[in-house]
Design a protein around this ligand. Structure first.
Ligand code: KG4
Ligand code: ZN
Length: 346
């Protein structure tokens, strides 16, 4: 099955072609036009600016994804081999989503190709299935999806059956990283900036910040208080500017401690045979390594799976990967009916 994926939920205009065969997904092309440099000057994503950039970039990005996958074949010929067009329908910034969704609908109508609307959080999870033979997958599984907009725990009983069992009550983990980075003067996007600063920490400030929600019985998260706690610590400490790496390391560790504890708790509760990590924050090296260690120590019988670094932050290969599972269940969308939905539920 050959699928063109399109992703415009936030600030990356992305298109990719994947081939799914014999329980394996191969990425033929993966084009991402990032707007980070444009939004950096504002310290975050400006929705109106993002939407304008998507509108300008979407066709060149789609063309480039098709031509890269097609090789010597003209892209206009290659599209005839496509089995489906997949697009992120939500959740995300509505004006950004609309550009991708309307483009995908236009192409599906013009080329008479089936259309598949994909949930963004689901697609982060399916990034794990790129270059991975899922015949070895042991279910049920737990997936921790951590991005700029979401912090979710999902319970997976079948390849296309995902149930949300935990969520953030306020800020998402990535959002917390972004805000903490802003406080520490580390710039945007905050996650990679915090990780880079933390790696330089020599004298750690251990356990100065709280580990929110650890004592709660449920599987929900809350990172807004952690952000405020950092603000108070910085206000109290007149010399904090000399200790930025240490504060970055402590903040990063506080987030990681909570994410790991809740994920292990969910896995124990649901007797998971596999734990997945996904989303933009899954690019964080410390989180990847520490969660892997925690699983092998506390749940040695449980498998641990995480996406390739190329497919952690927003991309369209993961959208096409998710669509491949939806297609196998005949979950197509009529182009007349598909609409962008900023609050799309799982
Ligand atoms: O999944 P993603 O690309 O977009 C959304 O769906 O939100 O995630 C972006 C988020 C941002 O908050 C960014 O700061 C965070 O992922 N992020 C990281 C790292 N790389 C990206 N957070 C921590 N460490 C990283 N290395
Ligand atoms: Zn995302």
């Amino acid at each position: 099955m050959l699928i063109l994926g399109i992703e415009t939920s936030c600030d990356e205009t992305a298109a990719a072609v994947i081939q799914a065969e014999n329980n394996q997904i191969e990425v033929k092309s993966n084009i991402i036009s990032s707007q980070i440099d444009i939004h950096r000057q504002y310290g975050g994503v400006v929705p109106e600016v993002a939407a304008r950039e998507h509108a300008v970039n979407i066709i060149p990005v789609v063309q480039s994804a098709l031509q890269t996958a097609a090789g010597e074949t003209p892209a206009t010929e290659y599209v005839k081999q496509l089995d489906a067009i997949a697009v992120t329908a939500g959740p995300g910034l509505i004006t950004s989503l609309i550009v991708g969704v309307e483009t995908a609908k236009t192409l599906a109508f013009a080329w008479q190709i089936p259309l598949i609307g994909v949930n963004h959080i689901k697609s982060h999870f399916y990034a794990n299935f790129i270059n991975y033979d899922w015949r070895h997958l042991r279910l049920p599984a737990i997936a921790l999806t951590v991005s700029g907009g979401h912090t979710s725990l999902m319970f997976i009983t079948a390849l296309n059956t995902l149930e949300k069992i935990g969520d953030t009550r306020d800020d998402a983990a990535g959002e917390a990283f972004d805000k903490a980075a802003q406080m520490l003067g580390l710039g945007y996007p905050g996650g990679p900036a915090i990780a880079a600063a933390a790696a330089k920490a020599t004298e750690p400030i251990n356990n100065k910040l709280p580990r929110p929600m650890l004592q709660n019985k449920d599987l929900d998260f809350s990172f807004s208080g952690l952000k405020t706690a950092l603000l108070y610590e910085l206000k109290k400490d007149k010399t904090w500017r000399d200790k930025i790496p240490a504060y970055a390391a402590e903040f990063q560790q506080a987030v990681i401690d909570v994410l790991i504890a809740k994920t292990i708790k969910a896995a124990k509760k649901h007797q998971a045979k596999t734990i997945f990590l996904a989303g933009g924050v899954s690019a964080n090296r410390e989180l990847r390594e520490q969660l892997k260690k925690a699983v092998s120590k506390q749940l040695p019988q449980t498998d641990f799976q995480l996406p390739d670094l190329n497919y952690c932050t927003d991309n369209a290969a993961m959208v096409a990967a998710a669509a491949c599972f939806q297609a196998s269940q005949k979950q197509f969308s009529a182009w007349e009916e598909l609409t962008a939905d900023s609050n799309l539920e799982l």
